[in-house]
Structure formats: structure tokens, C-alpha cells
Design a protein. Structure first.
Length: 143
């Protein structure tokens, strides 16, 4: 099993209370997924708009896993377990058109990099806590 997946599973076993628990927030459902997903990359505090937020988070996680763990971006984005706690998450193969439309806009003029605008920094905090590259799974054996 890949190191990032082990970290993710361990995180979810050890942490049962989540700040972003969808049962505790008012969510808005939209059919304009691309528009609102792009908003998450550009704006702060726009609420809980699904499934757009799931697409944005998945793209961020896939990008950072690619950087931190040398994984293929699209393989990660295609993993059905990428966001195991998100009921709105859809793997890349099930909606590649929407993903490609979002990626084309948010990575345009950034030389293929993910900007840190909008909600990206907030998502990064969750990523770092959950599967970030700040500790190694081998560190657990030393405890």
C-alpha cells in the first residue's frame, strides 16, 4: 500500500471528529460544478457548494500527492479512495470532462503549478494534517 494511503487510513482511524463534517454544515447542491469549483480556487469563504468543493479538493490533493510522493497526478485523481470521507467525490474517469475544464482554468498561466489563492491554503492545512509529507510512516515504528 502506498505511503500516503497508509497515512490517510491512520489519520481517519485516530480522528473521528472533523471540522468539515458535512452533517454539521448547510450545504448547497449545484449543477454548475465547474464554475463553483473554480470559485474555490479564487475566493475565500464561499460556503459549502457540492459537488464543486469535492472536485477542488480532489485536484489539490492529487497535485500535492504528485509532488510529495512522486505519484502520477491522474492516477491519484482517478483513485476512488482519494477522498474516502467525501460522499460527493467522483474519480477522474467518471467525469474527466469536468475535471479537465477546471484544471485548464486553474493551472493556466501558472506553469502547471497550483496557486495558493482562494480556499487552497485551507485545503492544504487539511492535507498536511491528513497525509502531508511532514512525517514518515516509518516514524510510527520508532514510537
Amino acid at each position: 500500500m502506498k505511503e500516503w494511503k497508509i497515512k490517510q487510513k491512520l489519520y481517519h482511524k485516530l480522528n473521528k471528529d472533523y471540522e468539515d463534517d458535512l452533517n454539521d454544515v448547510d450545504i448547497e447542491i449545484t449543477k454548475d460544478i465547474t464554475f463553483h469549483a473554480i470559485r474555490y480556487f479564487r475566493e475565500k469563504d464561499i460556503g459549502w457548494i457540492y459537488p464543486s468543493k469535492s472536485y477542488m479538493v480532489a485536484i489539490c490533493y492529487a497535485f500535492w500527492i504528485m509532488e510529495d510522493y512522486n505519484e502520477n497526478f491522474y492516477d491519484v485523481l482517478n483513485d476512488p479512495e482519494l477522498l474516502p470521507m467525501d460522499p460527493y467525490f467522483v474519480p477522474y474517469r467518471k467525469d474527466s470532462v469536468t475535471y479537465n475544464n477546471i484544471i485548464a482554468v486553474v493551472c493556466a498561466n501558472n506553469k502547471g503549478k497550483l496557486t495558493t489563492e482562494g480556499m487552497v491554503q485551507d485545503v492544504r492545512k487539511y492535507y498536511d494534517a491528513e497525509i502531508g509529507n511532514t512525517f514518515s510512516v516509518s516514524d510510527i515504528n520508532e514510537v
